[in-house]
Design a binder for this molecule. Structure first.
Ligand code: AP5
Ligand code: MG
Length: 212
């Protein structure tokens, strides 16, 4: 039986980097609300046009819309044995809605992994983030360099411009950070220092604290 895990942490803390790897090794789905929104943007769906303004300004998509999408996703068959939520919940109302939704099914979140990285480090990381439009793989020009043969096709995320990164950090501190205490009260919070070490070391730190 896999676990139901949420990844917490500021923009650029490494939630996606770690969640992809955890999901692969645990054989459970990785569910990133940011990835779902960006896919809809790229494909020009009605949801994409609904969320575009929020993403481009670094604001949060409204809670109800976001929760409906996640609830839908969690009812799919591949979620029966656990999953890793990345970028959700990111407000107290979202966290409370998730708790209620799961309680209705006799389920709960078993681990909330909080990757802690100071703001100063975030800005440098995000300006150097690049991703592969074909595979979705995420690299970093400074800290996790891509293979040279794919360098030309890599793209930069629209919201990784320095002004937008500042707005995302502000949103994070105001609205998202309080849910760390919420999961602390539920007894499932796992704090992982996420700076001054590469992705492999952070991954080891996460495995060290996750329940068996
Ligand atoms: P989302 O896609 O979730 O973005 P985010 O939270 O800002 O997080 P990031 O994806 O930027 O960072 P990450 O922690 O995944 O870091 P990564 O692993 O890439 O959300 C985007 C937008 O969608 C939001 O602003 C909002 O508008 C909307 N949205 C999404 N969910 C929502 C919700 N629930 N409610 C409302 N709105 C929502 O790593 C970052 C970089 O650092 C990479 O280049 C990586 O290679 C590098 N790196 C990783 N680990 C290390 C390391 N240990 N050392 C050095 N570099 C590292
Ligand atoms: Mg991410």
């Amino acid at each position: 039986m896999g676990l139901r895990i949420v990844m917490l942490g500021a923009p650029g803390a490494g939630k996606g980097t770690q969640a992809v790897r955890m999901a692969q090794e645990m054989g459970i789905p990785h569910i990133s609300t940011g990835d779902i929104f960006r896919k809809n943007l790229r494909e020009g769906t009605p949801l994409g046009s609904q969320v575009q303004g929020y993403l481009n300004s670094g604001a949060l998509v409204p809670d109800q819309l976001t929760c409906d999408i996640v609830a839908d996703r969690l009812q799919q068959a591949d979620c029966a044995n656990g999953y890793i939520l990345d970028g959700f919940p990111r407000s107290l109302p979202q966290a409370e809605m998730l708790t209620r939704f799961l309680a209705g099914r006799g389920e709960k979140i078993e681990a909330a992994v909080n990757i802690d990285v100071p703001d100063e480090e975030i800005v440098g990381r995000l300006s150097a983030r690049r991703s592969d439009p074909d595979t979705g793989a995420v690299y970093n020009l400074k800290f996790n360099p891509p293979p040279p043969e794919i360098a030309d096709k890599l793209i930069q995320r629209e919201d990784d411009k320095p002004e937008t990164v500042q707005a995302r950090l502000k949103t994070y501190h105001e609205t998202t950070e309080p849910i760390i205490a919420y999961y602390g009260e539920q007894g499932v919070l796992l704090n992982v220092p996420g700076s001054n070490a590469g992705p492999d070391e952070i991954y080891r730190r996460i495995l060290d604290v996750l329940p068996a």
